[in-house]
Design a protein around this ligand. Structure first.
Ligand code: HEC
Ligand code: HEC
Length: 293
């Protein structure tokens, strides 16, 4: 009997420790939020980050960043909210620390867990300066006083707290770490692709829980049902006939080496993000994708 009760007590202790671990706050590297933000630079970071493609209802000519079309996933429809400077309908009342929490940990004001349909698992890698610039640029947007619609997601995914467990299992807040053996250009490309531009959000396969399988970075889901995401790893891109200039042409002109159009979701990435990039950043991205320097 004694033995059994000790066993039971141990079991309860382990179960509680497990639950405590599961729901303990997600840590991660601290950000320097004392940097001075710059609106013009931040407007460019909005374009690097592709915020417009999701947070603007482009089809209906909706106002800039005032809320987008639902993202349809196997877990339900997620509506990208209004992120204009409006204090009620948008994020105008958010502090820089709250905004940084959303971008770096998927954690909104009051500890609200955000869904990974918002690609914070890429944005966590962004530099402190880019986060601060982004914040001041969003605070300088026209306030639009209309809230976006609610998500349409069923049980149990509608329980935000469950995202805490998801993060424990699949998410680690990190910053981009440059590879000292590679050129500055290659590192800038790696930063852009894996951080703000979140290319892996579509081109890296996900597991059954919707988490990116980082060991298969950029492997795509070329055998999936349409709309599928092609592989964009260096070998595949080269085999497809891309060189650096050709890749830049495709990422801005929207034509692949067979003169087929890159449409759908990629068309939006091109129009709302890549077409606004500087030639230097496009060159860095393409050098990194093709692994050419
Ligand atoms: C792939 C689509 C997508 C992209 C790209 C995207 N977002 Fe979002 N974003 C979402 C979705 C969906 C949500 C809602 C998440 C939730 O409710 O948990 C969201 C939520 C947010 C929130 C929290 C707002 C709130 O009211 O809780 C902020 C802030 C935000 N996004 C900022 C940005 C910024 C800044 C960018 C560009 C750097 C960006 N997003 C790019 C889809 C996207
Ligand atoms: C919202 C999802 C999404 C994001 C984010 C995204 N892509 Fe794509 N991408 C697609 C889709 C879908 C296609 C296929 C388009 C088609 O064939 O019409 C594609 C096609 C491509 C192709 C053409 C591949 C080939 O075989 O010719 C390249 C190159 C590419 N993407 C690069 C990128 C890069 C670089 C980024 C980040 C800056 C990126 N994509 C971000 C969805 C996305």
């Amino acid at each position: 009997m004694r033995r059994w009760s000790i066993f039971l007590v141990l079991l309860v202790v382990f179960a509680l420790a497990g639950i405590a671990y599961f729901f303990s706050p997600i840590g991660g590297p601290k950000r320097d939020l004392s940097l001075a933000g710059d609106v013009t630079r931040g407007q460019y970071v909005i374009r690097l980050g592709g915020c417009v493609a999701c947070h603007t209802d482009l089809a209906a000519g909706g106002a800039y960043l005032a809320g987008g079309l639902p993202l349809k996933t196997q877990f339900g429809d997620f509506v990208p909210p209004n992120i204009t400077s409006d204090k009620q309908a948008g994020i105008g009342a958010w502090t820089l620390a709250e905004f940084s929490g959303a971008m770096s940990k998927g954690l909104g004001p009051g500890g609200k867990h955000l869904y990974p349909s918002f690609p914070f698992d890429s944005y966590t890698k962004m530099s402190d300066q880019d986060i601060v610039d982004l914040y001041v640029a969003l605070m300088a947007t026209d306030p639009i006083g209309v809230k976006a619609a609610d998500h349409q997601i069923g049980f149990p995914f509608n329980i935000r707290l469950a995202m805490q467990g998801w993060k424990r299992l699949f998410f680690t807040p990190v910053r981009f770490a440059p590879d000292a053996t590679r050129s500055e250009r290659w590192n800038r490309g790696a930063y852009l692709a894996n951080g703000p531009a979140h290319c892996g959000a579509c081109h890296t396969p996900r597991n059954a829980f919707g988490a990116a399988q980082t060991d298969q970075r950029f492997a795509g889901t070329p055998t999936g049902t349409k709309p599928f995401f092609p592989a964009i790893d260096p070998e595949t891109l080269r085999a497809r006939g891309y060189d650096e200039a050709g890749l830049i042409d495709a990422l801005t002109g929207g034509f692949d080496p067979d003169f087929d159009t890159l449409g759908g979701a990629m068309g939006e990435v091109i129009n709302e993000s890549l077409l606004h990039w500087t030639p230097q950043d496009l060159a860095a991205l393409s050098a990194y994708l093709l692994d050419t320097d």
